[in-house]
Design a protein around this ligand. Structure first.
Ligand SMILES: [Zn+2]
Length: 433
């Protein structure tokens, strides 16, 4: 590395240090918005204002149009409205002649429910700091990453450097249920030479991710007062047959051949029953139960094929029960229709990320194959944009007492600032360097 580059990075890292207190307060501020599904609007208008007024970006805030999205093969069917839940894009055009490559920095603002809140030691919306940790729902996944990507850019800019390429920030909705927010931004025409998403996988870059589908199984019983319970059919007991069938399906798919990216993983494919609703009175036999589940599958499998396979598996289990044989479960699919993806690690994006990580943290660059999905699938599979995730370390994602390691978030901020200088080719403002 030449002397100019050294000096530039020193100035930018010092700026990250100068801005650190503000970055932590920023994370606390965005962490206190309870941006669960359907409630992202307030936080999105905060970002739209911040991008416009603080970062001086051109802002586009738009509500995804389900009809427009529905023609895309990667579309997932939502069961809720997008009204009042915009996707926000903040764009900055590189000055003058383009000397670097354009970049999208994307993060999702939706977070999963913190319930049961009573299981937390801290207010899920309090953004409480204890030592080097900050606690709260969504603090790790992935508001800390969003803070890091924004402050990385601020550090570059406020240290007096300009990017030689276009940069855009995207804060999206729906990552946790469909991915339609990311898809909507790409379908609206926002493209770049590469994209990074600071999802919190402990500063490891994602090289592979699992595909995911959601399903709903409705099982009918024949309800009655418990007095005649012996004549009735209890829907909860019949629903349990479906749960057991999903369990045997999980064992079956994990015992099949493993995808190369997961060959060392003991249990790559999770099948999770996430909800189960039935009954409303201890002395009544429930007449219906509904359960919802999530099924994972490998990058080289097709979500439509997996839906067929799961449905067939459940119906096969149902015919072994005389009641379910006559009253088959109703199996439908909604939400995630997400392909898995295995990435080309020899791409320049990985090369520059590796360099940015090593030059910042002085530890080996590590990669990971994750057992869940993220928005990178759309960029890589459908829009020809190399994209990966690289973000801070933390713990208890989606559980109680979710936290982020603030030291890691600071390092990620520095890695991103370094990535920006390499990828987008930062130069001293007015070329005085
Ligand atoms: Zn996430």
């Amino acid at each position: 590395m030449n002397h100019g580059k050294n000096k530039m990075m020193q100035e930018i890292y010092e700026k990250v240090d100068d801005l650190w207190e503000e970055e932590v307060r920023f994370l606390q501020h965005i962490g206190r918005f309870p941006s669960t599904l359907g409630n992202e609007g307030a936080l999105q208008s905060f970002f739209a204002n911040y991008f416009k007024n603080e970062l001086k970006l051109e802002v586009d805030s738009f509500v995804p149009d389900v009809k427009e999205l529905s023609v895309h093969p990667a579309f997932s069917v939502p069961e809720w409205s997008y009204e009042g839940r915009p996707v926000v894009i903040g764009s900055k055009k590189g000055k003058g002649k383009k000397t670097g490559k354009s970049l999208i920095l994307q993060g999702h603002v939706d977070v999963v429910s913190p319930e049961p809140s009573s299981a937390w030691d801290y207010d899920p919306w309090g953004a409480t700091i204890v030592g080097d940790k900050m606690y709260g729902r969504g603090i790790q996944d992935m508001k800390s990453g969003i803070a890091a990507m924004i402050f990385a850019y601020r550090a570059v800019k406020e240290a007096g450097y300009e990017l030689g390429a276009d940069l855009s920030f995207q804060t999206v909705i729906e990552e946790e249920c469909t991915g339609n927010g990311a898809l909507a931004a790409l379908m609206r025409g926002y493209k770049a030479d590469g994209a990074l998403i600071p999802e919190p996988f402990a500063q490891k870059a994602v090289i592979s991710q699992i595909g995911v589908i959601w399903l709903r199984v409705k099982v009918k019983g024949s309800g009655a007062h418990t007095e005649r319970a012996y004549q009735a059919v209890n829907a909860i007991e019949k629903g349990y047959i479906m749960i057991k069938a999903l369990e045997t399906y999980r064992n079956y798919i994990n015992n099949r051949r493993k995808h190369k990216d997961y060959k060392d993983h003991p249990h790559p494919l999770n099948v999770n029953v996430g909800t189960f609703h039935s009954g409303d009175w201890p002395s009544s036999v429930p007449s219906e139960c509904v359960l919802e589940a999530r099924v994972g599958f490998y990058p080289d499998e097709n979500p439509a094929d997996i839906k067929k396979e799961v449905k067939k598996w459940l119906l096969k289990a149902a015919v072994k029960d005389s009641w379910l044989k006559k009253n088959p479960p109703e199996i439908t699919f909604y939400g995630f229709h997400a392909d898995g993806v295995s990435l080309d690690q020899s791409s320049e994006l990985f090369e520059v990320l590796r360099k940015s990580h090593e030059e910042t943290s002085h530890t080996p660059f590590e990669t990971t194959s994750i057992t869940c999905t993220t928005d990178i699938r759309f960029f890589n599979l459908y829009f020809g944009i190399p994209a990966t995730c690289y973000g801070p370390a933390g713990g208890n994602m989606h559980g109680s007492n979710e936290w982020v390691d603030l030291r890691s978030m600071k390092e990620v901020t520095k890695v991103y600032s370094r990535f920006l200088t390499h990828w987008c080719n930062a130069e001293k403002e007015n070329n005085q360097a």
